[in-house]
Design a protein around this ligand. Structure first.
Ligand code: DGJ
Length: 356
């Protein structure tokens, strides 16, 4: 039997199809951020890259429910005009997890915090991400690398592994140091790497910054001139401070760090620090969140700090409000970074804001 849809229903469906989604003007932290198709932006633990007049947003594609903590699809990509940043176009899946159960990136693995940088020498886009092999919880603590000729991909997976096996840190701790037990344990097989970011310095040198040593200590590892491998030079920072969710940016000659404490999916008080060089030494500056609920970073965790492409002294804190029971509905918390009289970066809550 044929079912006839009522005319009003057909007209409504046509109108929805024909009408462009309304142009958004404001950031609404914690709201539903709809892309050009009306879908909440599915790019979590993400990073951003300016390329040819657009900003490209890469992040974890989550699925509904608790299985959203595993990767069933891959890395989703969106783009926005560089001077907009509130209206995002769906660019599709940049890196797809594999149907081959033997692949390092088999469906059901954990693939987190993807970041993409562009290598001018090889003309490749290079993606790094935190990878946990399927079925092993968070024990693998690997990094994965993938490359593409075009920014939105498709990216080709190259390899995954621990960092710099057999190579001591530039600022290697004293042998026998209690706080560096895990560093010494992992020296032969390579350092653990979980929450991560990438940072390309103004001289073109790229760094991989990751939570290591069972998350107790952050490490900063230099990448080679193709950005696809470590050079073997790396530094330990914030020893024993249990920091996750690293984000780096530079203002003037100073490098800044924003990150979080280490409490799983539950929010905690953010951390910040500054240094005269990416390798450090890093000096902690305290919690950069200020105001009501700052002890939970407004129920968010950092993922990136975006230097505005056309207003270079505007920096945006980009965070995730995780929803571990339904990760596809995790919300984006972007807030403008301000500077206090002591020169410390901070951000405060706004229900709604825009870049003037
Ligand atoms: C906090 C990390 O920042 C997330 O990326 C994720 O790894 C969760 N922990 C898992 O509990």
């Amino acid at each position: 039997m044929k079912t006839l849809l009522p005319l009003t229903c057909c007209l409504a469906a046509f109108a929805a199809f024909a009408a462009p989604s309304p142009k958004q003007t404001d950031f609404v932290p914690g709201g539903r951020w709809e892309d050009n198709n009306g879908n909440h932006i599915n790019a979590h633990g993400g990073g951003l890259l300016l390329h040819e007049g657009r900003v490209w947003w890469f992040g974890e594609h989550k699925v509904a429910g608790t299985a959203g903590n595993q990767a069933w699809v891959g890395v989703h990509c969106y783009s926005s005009p560089a001077d907009d940043l509130v209206n995002w176009r769906d660019e599709g899946i940049a890196l797809r997890v594999s149907k081959d159960p033997k692949s390092d990136i088999a469906e059901g693995c954990i693939l987190e915090r993807p970041k993409v940088i562009y290598n001018a020498k090889t003309r490749k886009f290079v993606m790094w991400f935190h990878l946990e092999l399927k079925g092993q919880g968070y024990a693998s603590a690997r990094s994965g690398v993938a490359i593409a000729d075009t920014i939105a991909g498709p990216y080709t997976f190259l390899r995954s592994g621990r960092v710099n096996p057999g190579i001591p840190a530039q600022n290697a701790p004293e042998p026998g140091s209690e706080k560096a037990k895990t560093y010494f344990r992992d020296l032969p097989g390579g350092q653990m790497a979980r929450d991560m970011t990438l940072y390309v310095d103004t001289d073109g040198t790229a760094y991989h910054i990751y939570a290591s040593e069972e998350n107790s200590t952050l490490q900063i590892a230099e990448l080679d001139d193709t950005y696809t491998k470590h050079t073997g030079r790396y530094w330990r920072a914030f020893e024993g401070r249990y920091m996750e969710a690293p984000a780096l940016f530079k203002r003037g000659d100073t490098y800044y760090f924003i990150g979080s404490g280490c409490t799983g999916w539950a929010p905690n008080a953010a951390r910040s620090a500054k240094a005269p060089a990416v390798a450090g030494p890093w000096t902690e500056l305290g919690n950069p969140a200020r105001g009501e609920n700052d002890n939970k970073t407004f129920f968010s965790q950092s993922t990136y700090v975006l230097q505005h492409p056309t207003k270079p002294d505007t920096y945006i804190y980009c965070g995730d409000r995780w929803n571990p029971k339904n990760q596809i509905d995790s919300r984006h918390i972007w807030l403008p970074i301000q500077w206090d009289p002591e020169g410390k970066p901070y951000f405060t809550w706004y229900d709604r804001w825009s870049i003037k």
